[in-house]
Ligand binder design. Structure first.
Ligand SMILES: NC(=O)c1ccc[n+]([C@@H]2O[C@H](COP(=O)([O-])OP(=O)(O)OC[C@H]3O[C@@H](n4cnc5c(N)ncnc54)[C@H](O)[C@@H]3O)[C@@H](O)[C@H]2O)c1
Length: 448
């Protein structure tokens, strides 16, 4: 089948390459000339496990093409995916300008039937706006070319994006007519073999499903973070509590890790956007505001512990910081807790020596010439003349450091762990002061 994908970011690129992998003829189009030039040469703009090899294989097989030529791209595909960004607007609502621009572009060049598939995360009612723009643009061209608009939100996780796309838990297809449902079923058939994964519904419900999923996951995290703060005050250990409740199959173990806050390109903006959507229809979504507020507060928890440990003054201190990406296995630093933490440390007069296995380039781009921040090439290098270690992202590389070496390297022998990676009693025995999240009895109360 002939497929066009607008947007070659995390979602567009993965969508394009996975659809090519199963034999479709795919053109990915982006407005970023530099990105496309690199992709044509086989240089992948993001870190995503497995993506690099898959792009090259499918390019070599002639099934995957990259272009900035929107006209050629529109003419190519019967299926026109919209996978461009929907960043937060000033008031927190999703900014639809990129989505609507693509809709207009498609309508400007289409001369035969197209299925316009919205994969970007968009507020309820966006498909209607996309339809209206396409109709207007076609009308202005005196064209009566037929089209349908589908909502097909994406649920992939950065770091496991290829697997999530190739073996999805579900494929949500929101349509308003059976013809498009059948077309989407045919397109997704290779991903739908072992059991039925397609969940068909009306367009508005499909649009809301994506926000509901992200808001639910963000709620689980904020709930656990709320409890971790309480556990500390009560002298309980949140890790024991986590095991205690995760074993309940109604609750489960996923997304109940306490930490220094969630980040990324999705949860923060999607919770805000849903809250905003609610306001627009006169509903006060109190739980969503709380989820967001708890998360903002949680990004400060590690900073507060650091400041308290140093009795309010960290001026002149040097912190080793492990982890810049918002989570492991990605280089994405959008809304990452690391940014809040390192910026606060630097603002308070400290120096930060940071390392991340994949996000160094992204950090260099965001923090070019930032005084007080040194981006270094390894975990060990962060420790040179450092006073304390701050762990922000739970990359596997950070799980089992040589604590004896850490003790000798860190001037103040103290670790602030935003992801609860280590055993408090082990560090205590080694004479390292250890602060974690929500482990009052075993760490802070003894040490602080
Ligand atoms: N990143 C994720 O994990 C994830 C998961 C599920 C859903 N989503 C949603 O998918 C959408 C895309 O997210 P992303 O992370 O891939 O964004 P991204 O910022 O990585 O990529 C967006 C791309 O769209 C391109 N673009 C902008 N305007 C364009 C135009 N007119 N024509 C062609 N290309 C254009 C940009 O240059 C950029 O390369 C968002 O709505 C997001 O919420 C993201």
């Amino acid at each position: 089948m002939k497929v066009t994908v607008f947007g070659s970011g995390y979602v567009g690129l993965v969508t394009g390459v996975c659809l090519a992998e199963v034999g479709n003829d795919v053109i990915c189009v982006d407005v970023d000339q530099n990105k496309i030039d690199n992709l044509v040469k086989g240089v992948i703009p993001i870190y995503e496990p497995g993506l690099d090899a898959m792009v090259k294989e499918n390019q070599a097989a002639g099934r995957l093409h990259f272009t900035t030529d929107a006209k050629q791209a529109v003419e190519h595909g019967t299926f026109q995916f919209i996978a461009v960004g929907t960043p937060p607007d000033e008031d927190g609502s999703a900014d639809l300008k990129y989505v609507l621009t693509v809709a207009e572009t498609i309508a400007s060049y289409m001369d035969d039937y197209k299925v316009v598939i919205n994969k970007s995360t968009v507020p309820v009612g966006t498909a209607d706006k996309v339809k209206a723009i396409i109709n207007q643009t076609l009308h202005a061209r005196s064209s009566s070319t037929e089209f349908d608009v589908v909502s097909n939100p994406e649920f992939l996780k950065e770091g496991a994006a290829i697997d999530d796309f190739m073996k999805p838990d579900r494929i949500i297809v929101g349509t308003d007519n059976p013809r498009t449902t059948e077309l989407l079923k045919a397109l997704y058939a290779p991903f739908n073999r072992s059991h039925e994964r397609i969940v068909s519904m009306d367009i508005r419900s499909a649009e809301l499903t994506k926000y509901a999923a992200n808001a639910m996951l963000a709620t689980k995290i904020s709930f656990m973070n709320e409890l971790s703060n309480l556990a500390e005050l009560l002298g309980a250990d949140i890790e024991k509590v986590r095991n205690g409740i995760g074993s309940d199959s109604r609750i489960g173990y996923s997304f109940i890790y306490p930490g220094c806050g969630y980040g990324g390109s999705c949860f923060p903006k999607d919770v805000k956007a849903l809250e905003r959507t609610a306001k627009q229809v006169g509903y006060n979504a109190e739980l969503l505001s709380a989820v967001e507020n708890v998360n903002d507060r949680q990004k400060q928890v590690l900073i507060n512990k650091i400041i308290k440990h140093y009795s309010g003054n960290i001026e002149g201190k040097t912190f080793a910081l492990w982890g810049l990406a918002f989570k492991p296995k990605t280089d994405d630093m959008r809304e990452a807790p690391s940014r809040v933490i390192l910026e606060a440390l630097i603002a308070a007069g400290a120096k930060v020596q940071a390392f991340d296995p994949e996000a160094m380039e992204e950090a260099a781009r965001i923090y070019a010439n930032t005084e007080g921040l040194m981006l270094v090439g390894s975990m060990d290098e962060t420790l040179e003349n450092a006073d304390a270690l701050v762990v922000v992202t739970e990359w596997k590389n950070f799980w089992s450091p040589d604590f004896d070496m850490l003790k000798t390297k860190l001037n103040d022998s103290v670790i602030f762990d935003g992801r609860n990676l280590y055993q408090p009693d082990v560090l205590h025995k080694k004479g390292i002061t250890y602060y974690a999240i929500g482990r009052g009895q075993t760490s802070d109360s003894k040490e602080a």
